[in-house]
Design a protein around this ligand. Structure first.
Ligand code: BEZ
Length: 224
């Protein structure tokens, strides 16, 4: 994991794909958590938003809440974060529920001291020194970081793409395949290229694959 010291000698970590997710303890809207004990044997989608009671963030958090059952179907727990107090979180959750009926029924970390935001590279000082950017970390059941998205303060995320990416990671793991441009459930998957002449000859002889050439071949995968 890359660690950056800025001129104020503050430590900003920048976790990368393949790293173990840094451990932390935090206060959330669902009580205290220790990340290493959170969501055992499940995937975690951990995401930050710049601030409570702001418009884009309200649409995004509502998006996570409204599609929570789709994350659950993918064995995934949601975990939000912003650099706000627990009281602000509680007030905002209640306010959105009263206004729209949408309930943010997942833990949201109150990261007032910015400890977790700095640990996960969510605080990017040239974008904002006080608000977390819109980050999404996809963390597998072994607590390894598998995919990271960063969006600036002024552009909201795409929930279809977040769910598609999570599903693609799980399908890739399960079937040992790679997923092409715009892959979605039901599409063919890419078979890893051959690594020896024997494998290459087997590939050329295989009539079950859809082949553009020996290095670009696709196959059907069962719905999963
Ligand atoms: C918003 O969520 O609307 C927002 C938050 C911080 C900066 C800009 C927009």
């Amino acid at each position: 994991m890359e660690t950056i010291n800025n001129t104020d000698q503050q430590i900003y970590s920048m976790p990368r794909i393949g790293d173990q997710a840094p451990d932390f303890e935090a206060v959330t809207t669902k009580g205290k958590i220790k990340f290493s004990d959170f969501a055992k044997d499940k995937w975690v989608v951990m995401f930050s938003h710049p601030a409570d009671f702001t418009p884009v963030c309200t649409t995004e958090m509502s998006g996570f809440a409204e599609r929570k059952s789709e994350f659950e179907a993918l064995n995934t727990e949601l975990l939000g974060l912003s650099i706000d107090s627990i009281h602000a979180h509680l007030g905002w959750v209640q306010n959105v529920r009263q206004n729209t009926g949408v309930y943010f029924d997942f833990p949201i970390i109150a990261d007032l001291d910015m400890k977790v935001a700095k640990l996960y590279g969510m605080l990017q000082p040239n974008e904002s020194e006080t608000a977390a950017v819109r980050a999404v970390f996809f963390i597998d059941p072994s607590k390894k970081i598998r995919l990271i998205m960063y969006y600036p303060l002024n552009v909201g995320r795409n929930m279809d793409e977040i769910l598609r990416s999570l599903h693609a990671l799980q399908v890739s793991d399960k079937h040992g395949v790679a997923l092409p441009l715009n892959w979605k459930q039901g599409d063919k998957a890419i078979v890893p290229p051959p690594k020896s002449l024997d494998e290459l000859n087997d590939r050329l002889a295989d009539t079950t694959l859809e082949k553009v050439d020996w290095y670009l071949a696709k196959k059907d995968i069962p719905n999963s």
